[in-house]
Design a protein around this ligand. Structure first.
Ligand code: DP6
Length: 326
């Protein structure tokens, strides 16, 4: 059977970086994200008796061998759970640049989890989908839900308490996000490799893990109280802490380019002038700006003046992953 799903990208406001267990992909820290309305992956999965192996078409082209392998390993989990060994053709499209620190693995694995389980007629709950998606990519566990989402670190070794939950749905609080694309090429060191290196080599890693609990509880409170200033402060803190940590790996990981740094200064300068704007940055050079919607146009107009920005995407809080008509 063939099924198609859409899942939206998400951006972490409190960041995930590091694993407490590799084979089940259990995170060392919890995280909190915002699902994005206008950035999504659309994925079709068709299990076909005539196929001898899985085929993965990504953005109109046969995917690279390593991407196809990762996708196929993920389908193996579903085949194990269903007891059906049929192979599949997977066709996936992202409506935003892939692999440049814009969370394409999050929306990609979430859409794949939803489409593949439905195509296998497994009919999973959102929690089960989140646990499954996590095994493709940690951040994908959050893209199952819309709105503001928390990924639990959990304590158990079998992963049964490691899943995302929705804190608030997408109608709760309209926050805008501007995504400033500073470079379009794929990043050199992906998140999985980067976080593994960091956990192994950074002297700051234990403090990163220990200090995450406070960030999570403060962020939950900021969301409950709709306190934008607090939300922005904690988001910037978690982002800079992540990049400080990554820099302290051996060899150090620097995901930013010169423009990333300039934009950080620019956003802080805007804030000094009374404009409520905060930044967050993932494992790539793009800068994401959080702001209340009434300030978006002003911020966009100011930042557009800046030389070198390739593109500015404008989005807001978005919905959960779902099955769609083909
Ligand atoms: C910086 O979810 O891509 O975007 O679990 O190894 O696939 P894996 O990692 P991934 O890491 C995301 C890292 C981040 C922060 C975040 O989204 O929380």
């Amino acid at each position: 059977m063939k099924k198609t799903a859409i899942a939206h990208a998400n951006i972490a406001l409190v960041k995930y970086w590091g694993k407490r267990e590799n084979s089940l992909n259990l995170p060392a820290v919890g995280s909190i994200s915002m699902t994005l309305k206008d950035l999504f992956s659309k994925t079709s999965v068709e299990f076909r008796e005539d196929l001898e192996s899985d085929i993965f078409i990504l953005n109109g082209k046969r995917a690279k061998a390593e991407q196809e392998h990762r996708m196929s390993q993920f389908l193996d989990l579903i085949r194990q759970q269903s007891g059906d060994s049929t192979h599949a053709e997977v066709v996936s499209e992202n409506n935003f640049p892939t692999g440049a620190g814009l969370a394409s693995s999050a929306s990609g694995f979430a859409a794949l989890a939803v489409a593949a389980t439905e195509a296998m007629e497994l009919h999973y709950s959102a929690r089960e989908l989140s646990q499954l998606a996590r095994q493709g990519s940690g951040s994908a566990a959050r893209s199952i839900f819309g709105g503001f989402v928390e990924m639990k670190r959990g304590e158990k070794l079998d992963g049964s308490d490691v899943y995302a939950i929705q804190l608030k749905d997408e109608r709760y609080w309209q926050l805008d996000m501007l995504i400033l694309i500073t470079a379009e090429q794929e990043k050199e060191i992906g998140s999985t490799e980067g976080m593994t290196l960091t956990a192994r080599t950074s002297p700051y890693y234990p403090s990163w893990v220990a200090s995450s609990f406070t960030d999570l509880s403060e962020m939950r409170k900021a969301i409950t109280e709709k306190d934008f200033q607090k939300l922005g402060e904690i988001a910037e803190f978690s982002c800079l802490k992540l990049h400080g940590l990554a820099l302290s790996a051996k060899p150090g990981l620097l995901y930013w380019n010169g423009l990333t740094v300039n934009l950080v200064h620019q956003i802080r300068a805007l804030r000094k002038k009374g404009v409520p704007a905060f930044f967050t940055i993932d494992a790539g050079p793009q800068v994401k700006v959080l702001c209340p919607p009434e300030y978006t146009q002003k911020i966009k107009a100011t930042l557009q003046e800046f030389d070198g920005i390739k593109k500015i995407l404008h989005t807001t809080v978005g919905p959960a992953a779902r099955i769609v008509e083909d």
